[in-house]
Write a protein that binds this ligand. Structure first.
Ligand code: GLU
Length: 298
């Protein structure tokens, strides 16, 4: 698979993607030319207002938010040359920060890997996690999820020279690389016991073992694998997705006001085109643009 629109990626990495929904007002209020600073009676303030004591109010007041995301996954969360990650998850994180009135330099990006997402949320090391993070009941015992904002599905990556792996049933007797603490790992262990699972800390750790022949395939969400295949001519995604992986935004358990507010932000971004704009500038350079999924206000 080839990257079809390198220009968009260049634009994105230059930080040119501006999310239109900032501040919450319909139209941003510009000061009139020659404005002397006399604000008079006009209601020009764009700062969002939140219920006292809410997480939104605390974050907005601090002007800072710490967001956990992946740093090694092209299209969703990949650390750029300046250290700041880029991708669709990153844009979803930016959208939330923007709606809190937090400026770009108030976002503290922290790398989360699959196995430390719940602990990082529980301990307060991050305020939210946007990291190809599947919503499921086991995780909901520990944290809460806004969303979903995207629906992925587990798939398989092989070398382009591999012909005998076309779907999960072909993994019997094969060494399959995935990541500890991920849903694909769990699915392989539970439902494909004849596959020999090799689990690392991050999906990028699987690529050298695949090329060296230490493993025969890599398995995780189709969109993560598509990002690797887009960047590497020797890799291919095979078969159809064989699970459902609805991506949610992880936050502290039972912070219902914050969860519902993020759901509102997502729904607004579906309506005003911000979600599509973010998709098309990132993952959409390689993948088709889907309809955004309905949020689940459980
Ligand atoms: N979406 C799956 C999960 O949350 C796999 C991708 C990942 O490990 O980030 O476990």
């Amino acid at each position: 698979m080839k990257i079809r629109n390198a220009g968009v990626i260049a634009l994105l990495s230059a930080g040119a993607l501006t999310l239109s929904a900032c501040g919450g007002g319909d139209e941003p209020t510009e000061p009139a030319a020659g404005d002397t600073g006399d604000t008079g009676t006009s209601e020009t303030t764009d700062a969002p207002e939140f219920p006292e004591g809410s997480t939104m109010a605390e974050l907005a007041e601090a002007g800072e938010i710490t967001i956990g995301t992946k740093f090694d996954q092209p299209l969703f969360g990949l650390q750029g040359p300046n250290g700041v990650p880029e991708g669709f998850d990153v844009e979803i994180g930016r959208l939330i920060a923007s709606e809190l009135g937090i400026p770009e330099d108030g976002i503290n990006w922290v790398e989360t890997i699959s196995s430390n997402r719940e602990p990082f949320i529980e301990s307060g090391q991050v305020d939210i996690v946007v990291a190809t993070y599947t919503i499921n009941d086991a995780r909901k015992e520990i944290i809460s999820f806004a969303g979903p904002y995207y629906e992925a599905g587990q798939s398989i990556l092989t070398l382009t020279s591999t012909e005998d792996i076309q779907g999960p049933d072909d993994l019997a007797g094969k060494r399959v690389c995935t990541v500890s603490g991920s849903t694909p790992e769990q699915n392989l262990l539970e439902n494909y016991p004849e596959a020999e699972v090799v689990a690392f800390g991050a999906y990028s750790d699987c690529l050298d073992p695949l090329r060296n022949g230490q493993v025969d395939a890599v398995s995780t969400d189709n969109v993560i694998l598509a990002g690797f295949a887009a960047d590497n001519d020797d890799l291919q995604v095979v078969g159809e997705p064989f699970t459902e992986e609805p991506y949610g935004i992880g936050l502290a358990k039972d912070d219902t006001d914050f969860r519902m507010w993020i759901n509102d932000v997502l729904e607004q971004s579906y309506e005003d085109g911000t979600w599509t704009e973010a998709w098309e500038a990132t993952a959409g350079t390689v993948l088709p643009t889907p309809e955004p999924p309905a949020v689940d206000r459980y």
